[in-house]
Ligand binder design. Structure first.
Ligand code: CA
Length: 753
């Protein structure tokens, strides 16, 4: 150990002599430590006011237990020699126990916690942290590589703790990013403060367990938490349907910004919470939502919501129906909700008495919606009403002229013109005093959160964002060029043949473009050409793919993911290409997903697929029915599929969990001729969609092809099959596997002959 200072502590000199005499504190030391062993030795000696300083560098497999007793005036600090220069990697974590502790300046990356939390405000079930603070700490992609192995990044226990100015980004495995735990009495009525944190992009998890922040659990939900969540920035927190899940009472969620985050701030359990001065910018992004109200005495005041597209439980504003005499983990009735002075601008949906069904029959009561501004540029009223809403009183609200408004009183229509003010928010140009959000509202800016010394980087490298390199014909030259490319680079292929005899394992974003359309032929000798690994994304434009010289085995593919256990979402795009003669043996597929691989998007446009013995899209590997699936957005536009023995799409999302927005499929303007009729395609389907949440099959021509087989499971799947031609092809089959009654798909204007 190396005490930096052994003389009187400099900072102490600023305290008055009187205070010094009273506290008896005359020296405080800074201890610079270089190894876990010296850290442990120093920890035994630290006194209030001392600082333990971790030396700059990488600390691999370091499980830190920071257990000490500081005082209010002289906390004990654990920090970095230089903030941002101390890295905790490998199997590392941090536990705090005691009082008046401060931790700052550390970066967790390139590893994951061996325990259930990266940062824990407790040593064990009984020894917790109080009056302690974590500030300017980074957790960057510190995710367990097994996506379905769950952990929390931060578990806050104890009371009066603060978590501020931290940077949390890229949680990829199951489990809440930050959880306030109310497990024992020592952690209830906790008065924690969670403020000025940067919650950076959290990728779509594709299952339940992707919440960014949760306070409590249903079990302790009738307990008060008194937690304040203030001035945080939620940047594209897309894990699942709940961004913030409040599951306890008397919390304050104040002045946070939600930027393009899919999901909602949900008052799932617990009473008397206050949601005030928050700003939601959806910018029209799919499934961006606002606030969902459940339970008693909730206040939703002076919040600004703009450009949110979400519907159903993910709407801009949702007020739920409850379950009469609800058990603790179901839905308690909304009573005495106050929804006041909010601005809802270009919000597609406001759902009232949402979720009304045989079980959820307790309608909202004694609630008010007062002094809110509703403005929809497209003049469409946002309201959907699912049950009796006489228990919600509307008064003194204002809107622009809306069509089809289901709310008959309490909203005055006016001609309104909006203008963006200096604070970045829209306000009517006319005087509407007392309605909508106050002009004083200042949205929390991204740069006011997290820490200045750690960059808020973009989560994905965009296609075509790097440099362009021309590649001469020849398999080896392409193989080498891919190896040497940096993420985002574009490889422009000269005319000619590229025959590759190795599997290309992709761990970066690459675009492969033909210099001249259809003057480039890709052939391959192994069981696959491209294997997408963690970090890999692939875009292809203008090539001809031929399976002619592929190995004479069954089960080849053109592109596949790693066969098991990918933990980074990938993107695949292909356009203007010809894929032909994948028929050297049977079951030669185009794209095959591995189990636990998840595509953020698959976009194929303007291609021809012909003479193929296998399936085109195999996205059906999550058969354990846990609400998991292999692709979020599958877009297939303006392609021709001819003579394909297997299926065009096999997409499976099993299980009864409702925490995902996807999967989505869009199949538009395609010609599908003689697809799905091979003897090995036992289903005889051309398209099989199980549990898909949003399906649009529009303006396609099917000739002599298999059945479109759609199975609705949970949620409220949106299925539209319209303007298609079915020539010598059966009409689509739609079944409800869970809901009773007729199916809910829209089948419109399809021609059958
Ligand atoms: Ca959830």
């Amino acid at each position: 150990m190396y005490p930096i200072k052994t003389t009187h502590y400099v900072r102490a000199l600023t305290l008055s002599v009187f205070a010094l005499l009273l506290s008896g504190q005359v020296t405080a030391k800074d201890w610079l430590v270089n190894t876990p062993k010296s850290y442990q030795n120093v920890l035994k000696k630290v006194k209030s006011g001392d600082k333990i300083v971790l030396a700059n560098g990488t600390w691999n497999n370091f499980e830190i237990l920071f257990e000490a007793e500081g005082t209010k005036e002289n906390p004990i600090t654990l920090t970095a020699e230089n903030k941002g220069k101390v890295f905790l990697t490998g199997q590392s974590n941090l536990r705090l126990a005691g009082k008046y502790l401060v931790v700052s300046g550390l970066v967790f990356k390139e590893g994951y916690t061996p325990s259930s939390e990266v940062i824990s405000f407790r040593k064990n079930k009984t020894e917790l942290a109080f009056y302690s603070r974590i500030t300017e700490v980074v957790i960057d992609n510190f995710s367990n590589p097994d996506r379905f192995e769950s952990d929390y990044w931060v578990g806050i226990y104890g009371q009066h703790n603060r978590f501020d100015h931290n940077h949390l980004v890229g949680k990829r495995n199951k489990g809440v990013t930050l959880a306030v735990r109310l497990t024992t009495e020592d952690s209830q009525e906790n008065h924690h403060r969670i403020d000025h944190n940067y919650f950076g992009p959290r990728p779509i998890f594709g299952s339940n367990g992707g919440e960014t922040l949760r306070i409590g659990t249903s079990h302790h939900s009738l307990t008060n938490s008194f937690t304040t969540v203030e001035n945080n920035y939620f940047d594209r927190c897309n894990g699942e349907v709940e961004i913030v899940s409040v599951k306890s009472g008397k919390n304050n969620i104040i002045n946070n910004t939600f930027f393009e985050s899919r999901g909602t701030l949900t008052l799932r359990h617990g009473n008397g919470n206050r949601i005030e001065n928050n700003v939601f910018f959806g910018n029209g992004v799919d499934h961006t939502g606002g606030i969902r109200v459940i339970n008693r005495d909730q206040i939703v005041r002076n919040n600004y919501l703009e450009g949110l597209t979400g519907y159903r439980f993910g709407s801009g504003l949702t007020i739920m129906n409850g379950v009469p005499n609800s058990s603790i983990n179901r839905y308690h009735q909304v009573v005495n909700a106050k929804i006041e002075n909010n601005s809802l601008i270009n919000i597609d949906h406001v759902h009232l008495a949402a979720g009304s069904d045989a079980e959820r029959s307790a309608v909202p009561k004694s609630s008010v919606i007062n002094n809110n501004l509703f403005f929809n540029e497209n003049s469409k009223a946002p309201f959907s009403v699912f049950d009796d809403i006489s228990g919600i009183t509307f008064s003194d609200n204002l809107s622009n002229k809306l069509t089809d408004n289901k709310i008959s009183s309490g909203i005055t229509e006016k001609n309104l013109i909006l203008k963006r003010a200096a604070n970045g928010l829209l306000y009517p140009t006319s005087d509407i005093s007392g309605v909508g959000v106050s002009k004083e509202l200042q949205p929390t800016q991204k740069n006011q959160t997290g820490t200045a010394w750690y960059t808020k980087a973009e989560p994905d490298v965009a296609f075509d964002s790097g440099k362009s390199t021309v590649v001469q014909a020849g398999g080896e030259s392409l193989y080498k060029a891919i190896k040497q490319a940096n993420s985002g680079d574009i490889l422009v292929l000269d005319d000619g043949n590229y025959s590759i005899d190795k599997i290309v394992k992709l761990d970066k974003t690459v675009s492969i473009n033909a210099k001249n359309r259809h003057q480039v032929t890709l052939e391959f000798g192994r069981s696959t050409l491209f294997e997408i690994n963690n970090g890999g994304s692939l875009s292809i434009d203008g090539v001809v793919v031929s399976g002619k010289s592929s190995a004479d085995y069954s089960g080849n593919t053109f592109v596949r993911t790693a066969k098991w256990g990918m933990f980074k979402n990938y993107r695949f795009a292909m356009k203007n290409s010809v894929i032909k003669d994948l028929n050297v043996n049977h079951s030669f597929h185009f794209l095959d997903s591995g189990s636990r691989a998840f595509a953020q998007s698959i976009d194929v446009e303007n291609n021809v697929f012909e003479n193929i013995t296998g399936d085109i899209f195999r996205l059906n590997k999550e058969i354990d029915d846990l609400g998991i699936y292999n692709v979020e957005y599958l877009n297939i536009i303006n392609n021709t599929f001819r003579n394909v023995e297997g299926m065009l799409v096999n997409l499976y999302r099993g299980g009864s969990d409702e925490s995902t927005f996807g999967p989505h499929i869009l199949l538009k303007d395609n010609t599908v001729n003689n697809v799905g009729n091979g003897k090995r395609n036992k289903s005889k389907s051309v398209i099989s969609l199980h549990g898909v949440q949003v399906s649009t099959i529009d303006s396609n021509t099917f000739v002599k092809s298999g059945l479109i087989d759609i199975e609705h499971t949970v949620g409220e799947p949106k299925t539209v099959v319209q303007n298609n031609t079915f020539n010598k092809t059966a009409a689509p089959s739609v079944k409800e596997l869970h809901a009773k009654g007729p199916h809910t798909a829209v089948l419109l204007n399809n021609k059958q002959f």
